[in-house]
Design a protein around this ligand. Structure first.
Ligand code: AMP
Length: 420
C-alpha cells in the first residue's frame, strides 16, 4: 500500500530540529517575561465570526485563506489564521482588562492559512507574538518594538531591517482613504486586477501592492502623511524620536500599510535579506477599535507577531542552528540479559537523580549496545559486565575521551555527582 503523506504546506518537526525550536521558544519566553508579558493560550479553532469581525472580510486572510468548516452541530468554525482576534475574544470573555492599566500578553503556537506553499510560506506555520492591551500612548507602541528587537538580538540575528510607518488616527485614515480612492479611480484601467477589486473595499492595500503596474500609479498617489493631524503626528513623532534616542535603526516606509483592516497609527515590519521573496519575518501595529468590533469595551492596543519558520530560515542561513538531537547523559549496558534488572535499577536511580538515562530495549549484544549508546550521543556508558556484577562494581566509560574507570557500586552516587 502506498504510504501516506503530510498535507501540502505542512511540515513535521523532526527530532534533529527540536533543539533549535526549544532554543527559540526559550528566548521568546525569557524576553517576554523581561518586559512583563505573560502567556495566553487559546484554542486553535474559534467560531468563524471571531475572524470575520476581528480581521475583516476585505482582507486576503478572510477572503481566501481560512480553513473554515462546519462541525457536526452545524457551527461554522475556523482554524485560527492569526492570533490577535482570538486573543481579544479571550481577553473580553475572561475579563482580563483592568481599568487604566495595561494587560500584556504573549503567545506562541500554530496558525493556518490556505496560501500557495513556497519557501518560508506554509499552510500550517508558527507565530510568536506579544500584545500590549488597553494603552493608547505611543510609549506602548515603542515597548512592543523594543521587545521584538530584543528577541531578534537575543536570537543572534545579524541583519534585520525595521520598516515603520504610521496610518494616522481613524479620522485621518478615513479621510485619506477617500482621497486615495478618488485618485485611484482616475487610473482604474491601469491598475492590476487585484487592485481594481480592492479599490472600493481596501484601497490602502493598493499602495503596498508589489505589481509593477500598481507601483507606477501609487508613486504619484497622495501621501498619507500630508493628511496627518496633530495627534497623529505627535504619536508617530514620539515613537520615531525614541527609536533615534535608543539607537535603533529603522527605515520610514510610506507605503507600509499591512494586510489587516484594523490597524491605525504605528505599523511596522521586520525584513531580512536572508529570506528572498518572502522577506518579512514579523510585523505588527496599533489597533484601537478591535475590542469594540468584538463586543468589548474600548481598549486601544498594539502588538506584533514573528513567523517562527522564517526566523529559523534566517538562523539556518547564518549557520546558527545546531541540527542535533538532545544528548543522553548515560546509557546503562549489561553483557548478559539476565542482569537487565540491575541495569534497570541503575537507570531508575539516575533518572531519580535528575539525569537522562536509557537501558537496552532490544536485548542486544554488548557491541550493539555500545553502537546504540553512540547513536544516542550518550555522554557516558555505564557497564555492568560479568566481572563488575561478580565484584559489586560498576564501570564508567567517558564516550568522548574513551577513558574508563571501575568503582565499587557503593560509591555510585558520589561518582555521578563528580561527573555531571
Ligand atoms: P501576519 O500575521 O500576516 O502579519 O504575519 C506575521 C508573520 O507571520 C509574517 O511576517 C511571517 O513571518 C509569518 N507568516 C505569515 N504567514 C505565513 C505563512 N503562510 N507561512 C509562514 N509564515 C507566515
Amino acid at each position: 500500500m502506498a504510504s501516506l503523506q503530510s498535507v501540502r504546506g505542512t511540515k513535521d518537526l523532526l527530532p534533529s530540529q527540536i533543539q533549535d525550536w526549544y532554543f527559540i521558544e526559550n528566548i521568546f519566553r525569557k524576553c517576554a517575561e523581561q518586559f512583563g508579558y505573560t502567556e495566553l493560550r487559546t484554542p486553535i479553532f474559534e467560531y468563524t465570526e471571531v475572524f470575520l469581525r476581528g480581521v475583516g472580510d476585505t482582507t486576503d486572510i478572510v477572503g481566501k485563506e481560512m480553513y473554515t468548516f462546519d462541525d457536526k452541530s452545524g457551527n461554522s468554525l475556523t482554524l485560527r489564521p492569526e492570533m490577535t482576534a482570538a486573543l481579544v475574544r479571550s481577553v473580553i470573555q475572561n475579563s482580563l482588562i483592568q481599568q487604566s492599566s495595561p494587560t500584556k500578553l504573549w503567545y506562541f503556537g500554530p496558525f493556518f492559512r490556505y496560501e500557495r506553499p513556497q519557501k518560508g510560506r506554509y499552510r500550517q506555520f508558527h507565530q510568536f507574538g506579544a500584545e500590549c492591551l488597553n494603552t493608547e500612548f505611543p510609549e506602548s507602541d515603542l515597548e512592543t518594538i523594543l521587545l521584538a528587537n530584543r528577541i531578534i538580538k537575543s536570537l543572534g540575528i545579524a541583519e534585520s531591517n525595521l520598516q515603520i510607518n504610521s496610518l494616522g488616527n481613524e479620522t485621518v485614515r478615513a479621510n485619506y482613504k477617500e482621497e486615495l480612492k478618488n485618485y485611484l479611480k482616475l487610473h482604474f484601467d491601469k491598475l492590476s486586477e487585484d487592485s481594481q477589486r480592492r479599490l472600493e473595499s481596501n484601497p490602502l492595500r493598493v499602495i503596498d501592492s508589489k505589481d509593477p503596474k500598481d507601483i507606477e500609479i501609487s508613486a504619484n498617489a497622495p501621501k498619507l502623511k500630508e493628511y496627518f493631524d496633530n495627534e497623529s503626528a505627535d504619536h508617530f513623532g514620539f515613537v520615531i524620536k525614541s527609536l533615534d534616542e535608543l539607537g535603533i535603526d529603522y527605515t520610514l516606509k510610506d507605503n507600509l500599510v499591512r494586510g489587516l483592516d484594523y490597524y491605525s497609527h504605528t505599523v511596522f515590519e521586520f525584513q531580512s535579506s536572508y529570506l528572498g521573496s518572502q522577506d518579512s519575518f514579523g510585523g505588527g501595529g496599533r489597533y484601537n477599535r478591535l475590542f469594540e468590533e468584538l463586543g468589548g469595551k474600548k481598549a486601544p492596543s498594539v502588538g506584533f507577531a514573528f513567523g517562527v519558520e522564517r526566523l529559523l530560515l534566517i538562523l539556518e542561513q547564518q549557520n546558527l542552528l545546531s541540527n542535533t538531537a538532545p544528548r543522553l547523559d548515560f546509557y546503562v549496558m549489561t553483557s548478559n540479559s539476565n542482569d537487565l534488572p540491575v541495569a534497570i535499577s541503575y537507570t531508575d536511580r539516575l533518572i531519580k537523580m535528575g539525569k537522562s538515562a536509557n537501558y537496552d530495549l532490544h536485548r542486544k549484544s554488548f557491541k550493539s549496545q555500545l553502537k546504540d549508546a553512540n547513536r544516542l550521543n550518550a555522554k557516558y556508558v555505564l557497564i555492568l559486565g560479568e566481572d563488575e556484577i561478580k565484584n559489586n562494581q560498576i564501570s564508567f566509560k567517558n564516550m568522548e575521551s574513551g577513558e574508563q574507570i571501575t568503582i565499587a557500586q557503593a560509591d555510585f552516587e558520589a561518582q555521578i555527582s563528580n561527573l555531571i
